[in-house]
Write a protein that binds this ligand. Sequence first.
Ligand code: GDP
Ligand code: MG
Length: 309
Amino acid sequence: MSSLKTLISKVKNKISIAIIGLKNAGKTELVKRILQTEDFLQISTQESLGLKLYVHENLTLLTWDIIDSLPSDHSLWKRAILGANVLFFIVDSTDRAHLTLNKQLLWALIEEVLPDRLLILGSKADSSKSISIDELLDTLEVVELDKRTRCHCDLFKFSAKTGEGMYTIEEWLTKTLFKQRERIIDYVHIAACVTLCEETSDLMDVILTPKPDLSLITTIHHIRRKATIFSRVMRIHKTAEEVTEHNKYKIVLVKQKGYVIALIVNQNDSVPRAIQIAKNILQLVKDYCTTPESLKKTITLLYPLDVAN
Ligand SMILES: Nc1nc2c(ncn2[C@@H]2O[C@H](COP(=O)(O)OP(=O)(O)O)[C@@H](O)[C@H]2O)c(=O)[nH]1
Ligand SMILES: [Mg+2]
């Protein structure tokens, strides 16, 4: 289950997200990634208009394929978008040819619906053809848009295939939807860390909590398997991210530079911080973390306040 789904299921309110973009931008893949299943409940479709509605408990995702301009008959799509809490505008970051059209559509759409909360998403970040955040910002003129509309607007890149950036999106939703106070530092509690070298399939783990209980030991076993599967599934990708849960723990898996690292943290810990720590350790893993002792030393030295005690 994605942590977004878990998060939303914890609140009583209904949450709806409108996901808009050209055909093939990656909307359906994003929906699958959020719902984490292929057989979602698609309760109603307006296929002729390119509108699709996916409902899961109190979460509604509405996708809309724009063709090449906003339809002149405003009634249905406009009502659908105005009814949503958040608007995602998806731009295929590998599709340079349609960037200008995307800019025109985005600006026209914003002028039409004036959303309070807008997130522009560059999809397919895993692809080698994916263009940079800076180029997206420039071409879509996001800074100008932000000034002009005064809506809460941001731009991120993500990949529905590798999970990269998905947790930045969730963090953004948490802040915008639930108005969570922004904490400067959100320490996590790293109970254990498992690394996997893809070339050799060597697994290494360290326990960082002084009093490991059975539940942690079984979680580590589980993670060793999980890391191996994750590494296999993501073999063709340079980077990948995934978050899962086991027993009372949250597991953050990050792949980079031929290594997979899994951090076992507490269930309510901040995922973005755990991902950042995992990435930082991955920068060092080859040089300093070749034995469990050196891995433990590196984590404890770099993140003394994040190690569970
Ligand atoms: N490499 C890559 N391809 C993706 C990603 N998301 C979607 N695609 C591909 O892009 C195409 C269109 O995706 P889809 O979600 O159906 O687009 P939609 O028309 O906006 O719903 C499909 O072939 C997907 O496999 C991604 O994150 N990475
Ligand atoms: Mg689709």
